[in-house]
Design a protein around this ligand. Structure first.
Ligand code: GDP
Ligand code: MN
Length: 349
């Protein structure tokens, strides 16, 4: 006997309605994405992943920021995919241009030199504005001012496991200010004088540096030099109120005056990471083992099989970056006396 295949309508009517079942305990938080209109289809993949693994049950808002106007297609498609309310903001010109103390000829020469040396994004002007914006401005965009926590999402990322509970709520309940999933070493060519600039700032403001910070994560010689470890900032869940604090703003302003966003190619990852490691207590920084994540070219996939099964993970354990030589996550475990999972040292490649 032949079987009738199910029709679209019959399948649709069987689909469980799960939208928004965990809205009740939400905190004041939003997803935030900096993107161009041309990033739309890569962004669609990221949104699907975030919604399927987490936000369909929570319906948190999503703020999109751009140095240009978002077009109709970008707004329409992203609004249809995000389960929460979407907001679209244009970045004010003053936050995406040269401050008056920057010598543009010198900046141009620096770009050309870095381009000749084949340093990644070394020749790009827009990338520098992007890094400076993410370092010092996104958290004070008018659309961000009403929120307490943010989760940064970039185009073409993937989440591989169900998110078992609300990370925003975890941040708030545990007084966490910054969190990460992948950490690694920065290319020294992009930040030759960053540490000098940081030391100048901490010298002027020793009162901003608390006992029990995570300095050991970023310096292996008690603050003399930067060991280039940083949290990979294409994923971040953090406190907007911390970024808007006098301490952080003074830090950013001081670095910005030194010009390295333009004369070198300082990334927002080392800038955020150094601030968090020096100005927070180490318990205020959190590593998410259970958030499995990909952004080209690295993956975080939990080492423990039981976690991967419980959370219906789809990542390949062999691709986990945590224990590879170029990762700083082992250092994070060591300085916090955290127990590494069984099997951690099996560095497959
Ligand atoms: P990478 O991850 O370091 O390779 O850099 P990306 O190209 O992913 O850029 C980082 C983030 O900034 C992504 O969310 C991009 O969509 C965004 N971005 C980069 N350049 C620009 C730009 O010129 N304008 C806007 N609006 N967004 C940008
Ligand atoms: Mn990216």
């Amino acid at each position: 006997a032949t079987k009738t295949p199910p029709t679209y309508d019959s399948v649709k009517s069987q689909k469980p309605q799960v939208l928004g079942t965990n809205r009740a305990g939400r905190v004041n938080a939003t997803f935030v994405t900096l993107a161009r209109n041309s990033d739309l289809w890569d962004m669609v993949k990221s949104i699907r992943s975030v919604e399927d693994r987490f936000n369909r049950d929570y319906n948190y808002d999503w703020v999109f920021l751009n140095d240009d106007d978002f077009d109709e297609e970008f707004r329409k498609v992203t609004t249809s995919l995000v389960s929460g309310t979407t907001h679209y903001g244009k970045i004010p010109k003053e936050h995406w241009s040269y401050p008056d103390w920057i010598d543009r000829d010198k900046a141009k020469e620096a770009r050309e030199e870095m381009d000749r040396k084949k340093i990644i994004y070394g020749g790009s002007e827009s990338y520098r504005h992007m890094c400076r914006y993410e370092s010092g401005f996104f958290f004070r965009h008018p659309l961000m001012m009403n929120y307490e926590y943010y989760w940064r999402v970039e185009p073409s990322i993937e989440l591989f496991c169900d998110i078992p509970s609300d990370p925003f709520r975890f941040m708030k309940e545990n007084n966490k200010k910054y969190s990460f999933v992948i950490s690694l070493y920065e290319y020294i060519e992009t930040i030759p004088t960053l540490w000098d600039s940081v030391k100048k700032f901490t010298g002027t403001h020793p009162e901003y540096i608390p006992e029990g910070n995570a300095m050991e994560f970023i310096s292996s010689d008690n603050g003399e030099t930067y060991n280039r470890c940083h949290f990979w900032s294409n994923f971040e869940i953090g406190s907007l109120e911390w970024l808007r604090s006098k301490e952080y703003i003074d830090y950013f302003t001081s670095l910005d005056k030194d010009g390295g966003f333009f004369y070198e190619r300082w990334g927002d990852a080392p800038v955020h990471s150094i601030a968090a490691s020096l100005m927070l207590k180490k318990e205020q920084i959190h590593f998410w083992n259970e958030i499995a994540y990909y952004h080209v070219p690295f993956t975080h996939c939990p080492t423990e099989e039981q976690i991967r099964l419980d959370l219906r993970c789809s990542c390949k354990p062999k691709e986990n970056f945590d224990w590879r030589d170029y990762s700083c996550t082992k250092r994070w475990y060591d300085i916090n006396n955290m127990q590494k999972p069984a099997g951690w040292s099996k560095k497959d490649d």
